[in-house]
Design a protein around this ligand. Structure first.
Ligand code: GDP
Length: 365
């Protein structure tokens, strides 16, 4: 463990706390465990389990949230040990996405991800009972009266979930087709598309509001959503362009959501310009920028012209501002909250938008 790893773990833990608060929990305490790799049985190891039990009891906590994805076995063991509900980072993030999904597509994507997470974690009573009964009565007759005709409850549940997963996949591929059609409409109309991307809580919605007066809900919370909002707006010289707010990035996005996340982000690859918003008031903005750019390259958007925007300049000290300027000398520095720097930003967007191809024909007498 280097100092950097510890700082990173602490940042990740405070983001986890913010996520938990977004989901409606009250966070009582945080604990860090240093291990080279997770314990196979309890994830945190038996010594830490004892410590955790004491803390849970002392504070009267009803839930433990672990920063990571626990295997179904680890989750069960840890839950038994500490005697309260245990939730991992994946489940927490899925929960928040589920709370915030608004569009039909967003809802379907989150449900799909939740079912994929749930499937290996199902524990039907039928399963446990038939195993017990089977052990006692020695096989074939054991399950009689407990199992359905030829099938345990768990198997029925699994089958239902698999059917639902197949249906959601089909629905989603249909929705994607209609999204693609809409996109090609836009290309035909030759309206340049600008997307706002960036880490969650960087101020994307606030900036979209500033630039368009769209009146989108701005929350002081880690607002995780797969829905995008698109507004039409104009440059000062009257050229129209569309401006979209994209999904917020969070660290360690659950792999069940990555696919959904990518399909939403594909529109970044099609954009004429990306406004990459950075939270100037974050302790480690560079790592957020790196995380966002990594996803850009995953969705083939690394070649889209990018305008870096350092936001929240109203909230930082003069010293921090100086550092931000030297880190990103070409960025636009703004405050979506106070409006500072927005005029200049608008000019830079105008300059960066593709110019319509105009052909002048002059006929000489
Ligand atoms: P998003 O998750 O990137 O869409 O971020 P939001 O636009 O929802 O903003 C996240 C939080 O940062 C909210 O509490 C905003 O009020 C706050 N915020 C956004 N822009 C600024 C800014 O320029 N200055 C300050 N001080 N806070 C800001």
């Amino acid at each position: 463990w280097t100092e950097g790893t510890v700082v990173d773990a602490e940042n990740s833990l405070s983001e986890l706390a913010a996520l938990a608060e977004t989901a409606g929990s009250e966070v009582l305490d945080g604990m860090l465990q240093r291990r080279s790799k997770p314990d196979a049985g309890t994830y945190i190891g038996s010594g830490k389990v004892e410590e955790l039990k004491d803390v849970v009891e002392a504070l009267g906590a009803d839930t433990v949230i672990c920063d990571g994805e626990l295997s179904p076995g680890q989750l069960r063991t840890l839950e038994k040990e500490v005697n309260v509900k245990v939730v991992d980072r994946t489940a927490l993030i899925l929960d928040i996405f589920a709370q915030h999904a608004k569009s039909r597509e967003g809802k379907a994507q989150v449900e799909l991800a939740q079912l994929q997470y749930l499937l290996p974690r199902l524990r039907g009573w039928g399963d446990a009972m038939s195993r017990q009964a089977g052990g006692r009565a020695g096989g074939a007759s054991g399950g009689v009266g407990l199992r359905g005709p030829g099938e345990t409850k768990l198997e029925t549940d699994r089958r239902r979930i698999n059917t639902r997963i197949a249906k959601l996949r089909k629905d989603l591929s249909r929705m994607k087709t209609s999204r693609d059609t809409k996109r090609s409409d836009r290309t035909r109309h030759e309206v340049p598309a600008v997307v706002i991307a960036g880490y969650t809580n960087a101020g994307k919605s606030s900036l979209l509001n500033r630039l368009t007066g769209a009146g989108i809900l701005v929350q002081d919370a880690l607002f995780a959503t797969l829905d995008t909002t698109t507004r039409r707006t104009q440059t000062s010289d009257g050229r129209e362009y569309t401006l979209s707010d994209t999904v917020g990035f969070v660290r360690h996005l659950p792999h069940q959501l990555v696919e959904a996340f990518r399909s939403t982000l594909e529109e970044v690859a099609d954009a004429d310009l990306v406004l990459h918003v950075i939270d100037g008031d974050h302790p480690d903005p560079a790592s957020q920028v790196a995380a966002v750019r990594e996803v850009f390259s995953e969705v083939d958007a690394q070649n889209v012209p990018e305008l870096l925007i350092v936001n929240k300049v109203d909230a930082v000290s003069a010293e921090t501002l100086l550092r931000l300027h030297s880190d990103w000398p070409d960025a636009a520095f703004v405050s979506a909250a106070t409006g500072e720097g927005i005029d200049k930003l608008q000019e830079r967007i105008e300059q960066a938008l593709p110019r319509p191809q105009v052909t002048l024909t002059v006929s000489l007498p």
